[in-house]
Design a protein around this ligand. Structure first.
Ligand code: AN7
Length: 371
């Protein structure tokens, strides 16, 4: 089997690159699609649930998919520096890919509201880290202004190359399952990811037939569709940070899922289009429901994702209980980031370690109690 060299290499014919594009890659993508084995029965669900574990990308989140494209195109255009606002994962990916390219990175993060692992990554990869006294939405406005004035490439998902890279997740799901699933469920923050998923699925079904009409002639696989259908897209938000449920921007978003603590999503129209065209919907989950789903996944399936990522499962469980999911359906849940990103939240909600003497008798007794 050929050495895997990242998603630009793998899907080059479906991405905006040429033979001379200097590809900046950390071999991202090709993440596992893990069939959940115990949860479906435990939830009383007769269908199949797959976790697309994006936490296994090089910097631990799906952001690497978009960042390999955004940094590649920035370098191709001659940029020597990149900038982004971030709730954490985008800054980690930007810092790593800038390091890989040998260019500078500037990241704006909300002071005190970013998970520890993400901060460590941005610092370790040599980004100039600016902790602003404001939230993600404030940072987003500022980096748009700054990148318009200074010679710095903006690598937030308003940069169209980000979504181009991120759409490859849909290609991988189709490659793995042989077709699109019935439902694709995922967390929604700035809403770039749900938009990119839909783009990837939409580009895969085109047959350039009169009946198709999806790609309007843009699709690269005329006459040889990769999928026969597109999934119903379900986007879940944290209740304290749910602009799509409120019908407009939320001023002071709050949630334990800091990655999706975003009140004014940039990809508003694209995300609505994805949900509407697919026959899907948005829903919201409380912080308690999110943490419960995170622990359930970790303890029942051995998959450790960060709180924001668990919003996809939390939302699905809610919709399942309300009878909104067709029995027997195939469901893919994107787990956007690794649980190790946010050790504080994981430790705070788990049973604490036992303090015990380094002594056979005491340890034996403790084990007996748990057998
Ligand atoms: C783990 O890093 O916006 O709806 O600045 O890190 O595409 O924004 C992170 C978003 C879900 C939401 N799960 O995706 C950032 C940032 C995780 C995330 C989302 C994010 P979008």
């Amino acid at each position: 089997m050929a050495h895997y060299q990242g998603l630009i290499h793998r899907y080059r014919d479906r991405l905006p690159v040429s033979d001379t594009t200097p590809v900046i890659s950390l071999n991202e993508g090709n993440t596992p699609l893990i069939a959940l084995q115990r949860l479906p029965a435990q939830l009383g669900f007769s269908g199949r649930i797959f976790a697309k574990f994006e936490g296994l990308n090089p910097t631990g989140s799906f952001k690497d998919r978009g960042m390999t494209m955004a940094v590649t195109k920035a370098v191709e255009a001659g940029s020597r520096a990149i900038i982004c606002a971030s709730t954490g994962n985008t800054s980690a990916a930007a810092a790593a890919y800038a390091a890989r390219a040998g260019i500078a990175s500037f990241v704006l993060i909300p002071d005190g509201k970013i998970a520890l692992g993400k901060l460590a990554q941005a610092m370790m990869h040599g980004a100039v880290v600016l902790q602003i006294q404001g939230n993600f939405d404030d940072g987003m406005r500022l980096v748009q202004e700054i990148s318009a004035e200074l010679p710095i490439a903006l690598v937030n998902s308003v940069n169209p190359y980000r979504l181009q890279g991120q759409k490859t997740i849909a290609f991988e799901v189709i490659d793995a399952l042989g077709d699109a699933p019935d439902y694709h469920v995922l967390p929604v923050g700035n809403a770039g990811n749900i938009s990119a998923h839909w783009m990837g699925y939409s580009e895969s079904v085109c047959q350039q037939t009169a009946a198709c009409g999806l790609c309007k002639g843009q699709c690269p696989y005329h006459g040889k569709p990769l999928a026969t259908r597109r999934p119903v897209m379900l986007g879940y938000q944290a209740a304290g940070s749910a602009p799509f449920l409120r019908g407009g921007p939320v001023r002071n978003p709050e949630t334990v899922a800091t990655a999706i603590r975003i009140g004014n999503p940039m990809s508003w129209d694209l995300a609505w289009a994805a949900v509407k065209e697919s026959g899907g919907w948005f829903d919201e989950c409380t912080d308690a429901e999110i943490l419960e789903a995170q622990a359930l996944l970790a303890r029942t399936e051995g998959v450790f994702c960060e709180p924001s990522s668990a919003t996809s499962l939390a939302g699905f469980i809610k919709d399942l209980r309300q009878g909104k999911i067709k029995p027997g359906a195939t469901v893919v849940a994107t787990l956007t980031g690794h649980g190790l990103k946010d050790p504080d939240t994981a430790i705070a909600q788990s049973p604490q370690p036992h303090r015990v003497a380094a002594e056979r008798g005491a340890i034996g007794e403790l084990i007996q109690r748990h057998l």
